[in-house]
Ligand binder design. Structure first.
Ligand code: ADP
Ligand code: ZN
Ligand code: ZN
Length: 740
């Protein structure tokens, strides 16, 4: 017997199958992991196919050394998916396979954990007699009494009940009255408390949406795009759909943007599905992830909730994949291969005949466009549960505040409402969208944001050389002293972060209690659960935070939501700035008024007329979509084009720039005189917007490519170029989540 094997080396030269002989006594199946000799090394590999005859000289064929597991770690459908990814993302097959296995499994770096049990070794009929004999030891008597039920008991439990039990246990074992058993233990990652939630009677809107989806469990159909406003009760629909799938013996994968953002989703599912649910995310320890993965692989867990990579969960009989908050950029992988979890979900569902549900209160422009075109079935839940009103949103023009002499970060309106909220003992959430790096430059008098003269994006302040730069075309200008539009000197780089606001709040309301949630306060594994639970339990009246508190959380006691600097994200140098701002504000506003008391929202901005803010205030997704879609079309941004770049990083900028120039020239030489050149609308080598990260200088070749079937050929060649040996470390990015 021979096996075709993919060796786990991520290099293009070995991205093909190698034939090995299978020893007589080894049971191999496709998808199994093996160890093989490769050159003078021992390498891991995966069995792709088995065959009876080799396709070349059997003398030269080496033999498989061992098979560490006794089951295929790769399901056939996932092997097919890996093949598809190789073509789609132009990556070696083993790079795709690596995404499908717990990282620590490679090289056998996690050990299986076991737990020690004891049980009777004699027949239960004889136990009374044995107990009677133990006249000299109370401990042995007690142990035997405990075990007389015939069950296995954990040694740890016995040690708690019987002090210094070791000698007694050994004595009984030596005389073969009891025996020990070790049982593989699956580490359980979930420690948070379960927030009991019972089934609700579905509203007619929920019922309708569900009844559209259920038939798809029987008969494959188009993917669904569920557009449900915040608080419309999407989670309950997911739960019912998943339960029906499980009833039919099928499994479900629920993707959430980031586990820290969705502690409640996990709790709700956990309370309904208990141990049949697994959780996969980056905050698990390697051992926990490995155990969860195996629970899924062996069918002990039928439901998986997880972040992006959970889309590769080894679920055998897949019934449904739900992508919650499908518009989130965290579904795009940042490392090679840069897959989009939504695409993988769609492709898996198609291949495995499962139902795919993309859901959001603010669908991505791309997905909504697909639904409008009829590629997805659009389902809508336009009302909140129990006809609770959407919150009342007030837009505050911060330019006006300044004109009236209010230089604080809180407008009068927000201040008043906050006072009232705190006094009446209710809860408030404040949102500050502060990202760590360069902020935009605004005029506090007229609201002007300085924009690039060639592109539809704002200029970014670079503090080390005090310049303004366009992150799209590289345009550079010195930081002006006066506003180019009104000549005032109130021109400033914006920069208020959560800590500054926390300080101010603690001074203003010394007794209210403030919980701050951002990257810094949620570092521990369960820190986010703890903070959320503290706030829910009323330990503080104010929850302050970044994106982290913007989405998914359901606090019925919150009646006021404030967005302190709502338009900061509008000025990010990214063509998606408007989309992201709109999504964020609708989500933020959606945190208010989820309980019985209606909610109020205050959005502070310097750009009250911007269509992203205007439509967010009206919670009018369709109007926003129409305007944004139009703008993208006019300025040729995705989904009408692809933004592609080579990112080169090196010790110094000269090296990085030299590599960028070299790549740009290579592309020009290679394609300049071919028809493919017309697909490149724009190409430029330049310093990256963030020119240095962690002591590495960064340069880029930025391109805008026309979306056309043959563009893929261009990308395949570029992918090869990215892998060539160069002075600077180089990667190719396609529509990356961030162009920083
Ligand atoms: P979304 O994800 O659409 O924003 P959620 O799933 O968080 O909404 O639900 C909002 C709130 O409504 C939650 O507190 C949930 O428990 C509650 N809810 C959901 N469905 C029902 C129902 N049929 N009857 C009563 N309350 C419901
Ligand atoms: Zn001005
Ligand atoms: Zn520009």
């Amino acid at each position: 017997m021979y096996a075709e094997i993919i060796v786990d080396i991520a290099a293009e030269e070995v991205d093909r199958v190698f034939t090995y002989a299978v020893p007589e006594d080894m049971q191999l199946r496709p998808g199994m992991r093996v160890e093989v000799p490769f050159g003078r090394m021992k390498k891991e590999g995966f069995v792709i196919r088995l065959k009876n005859t080799p396709d070349y000289d059997p003398e030269k064929i080496k033999t498989v050394l061992s098979a560490p597991d006794n089951y295929p770690v790769l399901l056939p459908q996932l092997m097919a998916l890996a093949e598809e990814m190789r073509t789609r993302y132009h990556c070696p097959l083993c790079e795709a396979i690596r995404l499908m296995l717990p990282a620590q499994m490679r090289g056998n770096r996690v050990k299986i954990k076991t737990e020690e049990y004891v049980r009777l070794a004699i027949s239960p009929d004889l136990v009374d007699e044995a107990i009677a004999k133990e006249t000299r030891s109370k401990k042995r008597k007690l142990i035997l009494t405990l075990l007389s039920d015939g069950e296995m008991h954990p040694v740890d439990e016995i040690r708690i009940l019987v002090k210094d039990a070791k000698a007694a246990l050994d004595y009984l074992k030596d005389r073969e009255i009891i025996e020990s058993v070790s049982v593989e233990r699956l580490r359980s990652p979930y420690t948070g408390q379960v927030d009991e939630k019972e089934d609700r009677t579905l509203t007619s809107e929920q019922q309708e949406v569900l009844s559209e989806m259920l038939p798809a469990l029987e008969k494959p159909c188009k993917p669904f795009l569920l557009h449900g406003v915040t608080g419309s009760g999407k989670t309950e629909v997911y739960i019912r759909l998943v339960r029906e799938a499980v009833k039919k013996g099928k499994g479900a994968i629920i993707l959430v943007p980031e586990i820290v953002l969705t502690p409640q989703m996990i709790q709700w599912f956990k309370s309904r599905f208990g141990d049949t649910m697994a959780v996969l995310h980056s905050r698990l320890s390697a051992g926990e992830r490995f155990d969860e993965w195996r629970r899924i692989r062996f069918g002990n867990a039928k439901i998986v909730i997880g972040a992006r990579s959970a889309v590769f969960a080894p679920m055998e009989n897949l019934g449904v994949i739900i992508v919650d908050e499908e518009h989130e950029q965290s579904y795009l992988s940042q490392s090679f291969p840069q897959y989009d979890a939504r695409d993988i979900a769609l492709s898996r569902c198609k291949r495995e005949k499962a139902v795919c549900v993309l859901a959001s209160a603010t669908p991505s422009i791309y997905s909504y466009a697909m639904a409008r075109r009829g590629d997805y079935t659009l389902l809508e839940m336009p009302h909140r549960i129990l006809n609770r009103p959407l919150p009342k949103i007030e837009l505050v023009d911060m330019r006006e505040e300044l004109r009236l002499g209010n230089k604080s970060m809180f407008s009068r309106a927000l201040q008043e409402k906050l006072d009232a909220c705190i006094q009446s003992g209710q809860q408030a959430m404040l949102f500050i969208n502060r990202r760590g790096y360069a902020s935009s430059v605004n005029c506090r008098k007229c609201g002007e944001t300085i924009r690039c003269s060639h592109c539809d994006v704002s200029m970014t302040y670079h503090s080390w050389d005090k310049t303004l730069r366009c992150h799209y075309c590289g345009n550079v200008m010195p930081m002006p002293e006066r506003c180019p539009s009104c000549e005032s000197t109130y021109i400033k780089a914006m920069g208020t972060g959560t800590q500054k606001v926390e300080e101010a709040l603690k001074k203003m309301y010394p007794h209210a209690g403030v919980i701050r949630m951002d990257m810094d306060t949620t570092a521990g594994k369960n820190a986010h659960f703890d903070l959320v639970n503290q706030f829910r339990a009323g330990k503080a009246q104010i929850l302050l935070g970044t994106q982290m508190i913007a989405k998914g959380l359901d606090f019925p006691q919150v009646t006021l939501v404030g967005a302190v600097m709502a338009d900061m994200s509008l000025n990010f140098p990214d063509y998606r700035a408007a989309e992201r701002t709109f999504q964020l504000l609708v989500q933020v506003a959606g945190r208010a008024g989820r309980g019985e008391k209606p909610g109020e929202v205050v959005i502070q901005t310097y750009q009250p007329d911007h269509y992203a803010l205007e439509s967010a205030v009206r919670q009018d997704y369709r109007s926003f979509f129409a305007q944004e879609f139009d703008r993208r079309k006019k300025s040729l941004y995705p989904p009408f084009t692809l933004m592609v770049r080579f990112l080169c990083d090196a010790k110094d900028m000269e090296t990085a720039m030299a590599t960028a120039e070299e790549i740009k020239n290579q592309i020009t030489c290679r394609f300049g005189s071919t028809p493919l050149w017309r697909r490149i609308l724009y190409i430029r080598a330049d310093e990256a917007p963030i020119a240095r990260i962690q002591e590495r200088a960064r340069a880029q070749v930025l391109m805008k490519l026309l979306n056309h079937p043959d563009t893929d050929q261009l990308i395949a060649v570029m992918q090869e170029m990215a892998r060539e040996e160069r002075a600077a470390h180089t990667v190719l990015e396609i529509n990356p989540a961030s162009l920083a």
